[in-house]
Design a protein around this ligand. Structure first.
Ligand SMILES: NC(=O)c1ccc[n+]([C@@H]2O[C@H](COP(=O)([O-])OP(=O)(O)OC[C@H]3O[C@@H](n4cnc5c(N)ncnc54)[C@H](O)[C@@H]3O)[C@@H](O)[C@H]2O)c1
Ligand SMILES: CC(C)[C@H](C(=O)O)[C@@H](O)C(=O)O
Ligand SMILES: [Mg+2]
Length: 371
């Protein structure tokens, strides 16, 4: 089959990690006789440099006319350190999510058996953790009215949610729970926020249609604590935009590194697939960032395109790289492999899964300060 993929590598480590996802997808294309046609387009700081706009119209058009979007990361210190900049890379990502109607962001969090000793958390605590975070992505405080008073002394960000915005993601989250361990936790701040009370009311109502799913509620402050104390209690977490952003970075510690966490953003049109991490400026150009989040995002893309055995193959290749310790310094500080070598290994394993000697030889060729 043939698929048109919009490739939005973005800033910082974005291009380095998406290159590895493309290698994996090229290998899948070879083995399973598909064609992935990648078309690159600018987004983020690089797009501002090139066009003055963090999301040029051509980039949106390309995404709308593609079968899927593979996204890297955006963001640059020159904007992070300049709060008064009016045009910012992050606006490109937010506008893209909104323009494509990507209201549901799915962030799986797993404690990989191979990495169980790599997490800063105790093995007994993280063992068996397997969470699917459903983060609302096109509403809430991210998209509310923003205001800075004329004298610069008072700033306001509005937060609003409608029943419709809550319902459409809640149905997807309940369906996910039905296919998993049948538990859904709504994370909110209903003891304080009016929007959170609307979430609770709406989700409680919808739960009546899914009586095989157990629904419970946690205030976000307690949820942040429970995530570290007892993460395996969670199955599906449903939450609003800001809480989902924060709690998913926190949850990445369970697996050992944020460089492992992939995501899928879906809605009414084309899906977008991206790591949850950012542009990691300190690592840019150093060939040291973990590419697995990007590679696993490519696997989520394949699943979304109904290519399940192809997605399984990528996930198996990732497991193999973890098993053999062919990983970057964030999870393998004693003997780090470079970003590109991890990508080479995964691609080679996909084409030659029964020839580990060849896979190893392939990555030991060439020069690099990191192996
Ligand atoms: N989706 C996105 O594009 C996205 C997400 C988060 C942040 N950002 C942007 O990225 C820039 C940097 O933000 P930040 O430093 O807060 O977050 P970040 O995710 O870029 O990095 C935070 C830390 O996570 C670790 N990390 C991140 N990616 C990694 C990888 N692939 N391999 C190994 N370790 C990794 C590093 O220790 C790093 O210091 C900002 O401009 C921010 O706005 C973009
Ligand atoms: C860069 C930023 C706008 C983005 C978000 O907050 O959604 C990022 O942190 C993420 O998690 O994808
Ligand atoms: Mg984030």
């Amino acid at each position: 089959m043939k698929f048109n993929i919009a490739l939005l590598a973005g800033d910082g480590i974005g291009p380095e990690v998406t290159d590895q996802a493309v290698k994996a997808l090229d290998a899948i294309a070879d083995v399973y006789d598909h064609t992935f046609k990648f078309t690159k387009a600018p987004v983020g700081a690089i797009a501002i440099d090139q066009t003055g706009n963090p999301l040029p119209d051509e980039t949106i058009e390309l995404c709308k006319n593609s079968d899927a979007v593979l996204f890297g990361a955006i963001g640059h210190p020159k904007y992070d350190n300049d709060p008064s900049a009016k045009i910012r890379p992050e606006q490109g990502l937010l506008k893209l999510r909104k323009s494509l109607g990507l209201f549901c962001n799915i962030r799986p969090v797993k404690a990989f058996d191979r990495l169980i000793d790599r997490s800063p958390l105790k093995k007994e605590i993280i063992q068996g953790t397997d969470i699917s975070i459903y983060r609302e992505l096109t509403g809430g405080i991210y998209f509310g009215d923003k205001h800075l008073s004329e004298d610069g002394q008072v700033a306001t960000d509005g937060c609003s949610y409608s029943v419709e915005e809550i319902s459409r993601i809640a149905h997807l989250a309940f369906k996910e729970a039905q296919n998993r361990r049948k538990k859904l936790t709504l994370v909110d701040k209903a003891n304080v926020l009016e929007t959170s009370r609307l979430w609770r009311k709406t989700v409680t109502e919808i739960a009546k249609e899914y009586d095989d799913v157990e629904l419970d509620f946690l205030f976000v402050d307690n949820a942040a604590m429970q995530m570290i104390l007892n993460p395996s209690q969670f199955d599906v977490i449903l939450t609003e935009n800001l809480f989902g952003d924060i709690i998913s970075d926190e949850a990445s510690v369970i697996g050992g590194s944020i460089g492992l966490l992939a995501s899928a953003s879906v809605g009414s049109t084309v899906g977008m697939f991206e790591p949850i991490h950012g542009s990691f400026p300190q690592a840019t150009g150093k060939n040291m960032a973990n590419p697995l989040a990007s590679i696993l995002s490519a696997a989520m893309m394949l699943r979304h395109l109904d290519l399940h055995k192809e997605a399984d193959a990528i996930e198996k290749a990732v497991e193999k790289s973890l098993e053999l310790g062919i990983t970057t310094g964030d999870i393998n500080p004693e003997k780090p492999f470079s970003t590109s070598k991890v990508g080479d290994f995964i691609a080679d394993f996909l084409t030659h899964p029964d020839d580990t000697n060849r896979n190893f030889k392939n990555i030991h060729m060439g020069q690099s300060t990191i192996i």
